[in-house]
Design a binder for this molecule. Structure first.
Ligand code: 5GP
Ligand code: ZN
Length: 117
């Protein structure tokens, strides 16, 4: 499902729909995970719900979907690093959110502990 953000189509909806390319590392009925185009750590993957919601606070109404995001983050860290990871949800422009489709940054491997987002 694509959803417009003002006049701009949502970039993560377009990735979910396969309309623009991304390095997808996981995809299922609920979530899609793909590498960040500007990685800040050895492993920097974004996990997004297929359904468009603005930020992580919208997921409190769907705890199963929030759990799917966290489960996928752990699997990504196991698959591409040693299993340890940071999970960052920038929420609101004042906190650095630039894409208003909920997403978890999974940071793992070299550089993950030091990165600021
Ligand atoms: P935010 O600042 O909203 O928490 O994070 C948005 C992230 O999305 C940024 O780290 C940025 O590099 C990434 N990003 C923005 N546009 C694209 C894109 O078209 N493809 C991919 N793979 N990542 C993107
Ligand atoms: Zn979207």
């Amino acid at each position: 499902m694509s959803e417009a953000t003002g006049d701009q189509p949502c970039v993560f909806c377009r990735i979910v729909d396969g309309e623009i390319p991304a390095d997808v590392v996981h995809s299922d009925d609920d979530v899609v995970a793909f590498r960040d185009s500007s990685p800040k750590a050895e492993v920097h993957v974004l996990v997004v719900p297929r359904a468009h919601v603005t930020d992580v606070t919208d997921l409190v109404d769907d705890p199963a979907l929030l759990a799917a995001l966290v489960r996928t983050a752990g699997e990504v860290a196991e698959d591409f690093a040693d299993g340890d990871f940071r999970l960052v949800f920038n929420t609101g422009a004042g906190a650095g959110q630039t894409v208003f489709h909920a997403h978890a940054h999974v940071l793992a491997g070299r550089g993950a502990a030091a990165v600021g987002l």
